[in-house]
Design a protein around this ligand. Sequence first.
Ligand code: SF4
Ligand code: SF4
Length: 302
Amino acid sequence: MSTKNASCTAGSDCTRCPDTRMRRWTLALVRRVLQLSVLALFIGTARLGWKIAGEPLLSGDFSASLLAGTVPFADPFAVLQKLAAGHPAESTMLVGALIILVVYALLGGRVFCGWMCPMNMVTDAAAAARSATGLRADMLRLDRRARYVLALVSLIASVITGAAAFEWVSPQAFLWREAVWGVGLGGIAAVLGVFAFDLAVLQRGWCGHLCPLGAFWSLVGNVGLVKPIFRNDRCTRCGDCLKVCPEPQVLNFKRAGQRGMIASGECTNCGRCAAVCPENAIFFAPRFQAKKASDNDTQVNR
Ligand code: SF4
Ligand code: SF4
């Protein structure tokens, strides 16, 4: 049964409701603040010499970094490529990758994409520009599984070339390296290239179809602890969540009802769906709180 307010003026589109808009803007603001804050910590340490207890606050970049000169962090996908390329398995690198892997697995895997990766700001901007200009058509049709193929190709290319292959061409690596170190035009080219591709060629083209790093985190997301829990008994199938989701293929109501959650690792845990749902049918919690729809729940097959 719908819980929409009787004085509602947004009609059947709850995404236009002022309350919903406020929740969406607040959520977007928190994500932007987090994304920019982490970038600012890297930049402040590299360029302004920020320290903590006499040690560099956060040195390095998103591929490999050191917190307070002590705690290592490393991108596990970059580490996999380095190992495939034959680089020595240094303990700092492995410990750093393990820390990041465990943290993101606990948070839900692809939470890196939704809350941390700076390229997410670019692709969200392209999606907003598409929506503002009414652009709908794609110039390219591409299966979303292409990203997994590219992740595999990255590892094979690392073996062949003896270098972490995707790190050399990754647009987000250009963006964050050059934002931190301030050299060259590669970062600007990466931002403009991804923006133009998502805007003019394919909706959510880079993050939703091509990015091998997003594919890696999607695989981790399959076993992620925190998940969007789905209450099949509350969902009216209004479709508002589908309108705002950057990975709408994960919002399969039948499957979500059966599992009691949005189980796909491709979900970025961005929270947009929960923010717009007028029935509070989606909320975030550890996956073991998911309640499967009962067999006689008729909505599950709708
Ligand atoms: S898909 Fe790739 S570029 Fe997009 S947010 Fe995830 S890691 Fe960043
Ligand atoms: S299902 Fe919800 S949390 Fe997951 S990507 Fe879509 S809008 Fe974001």
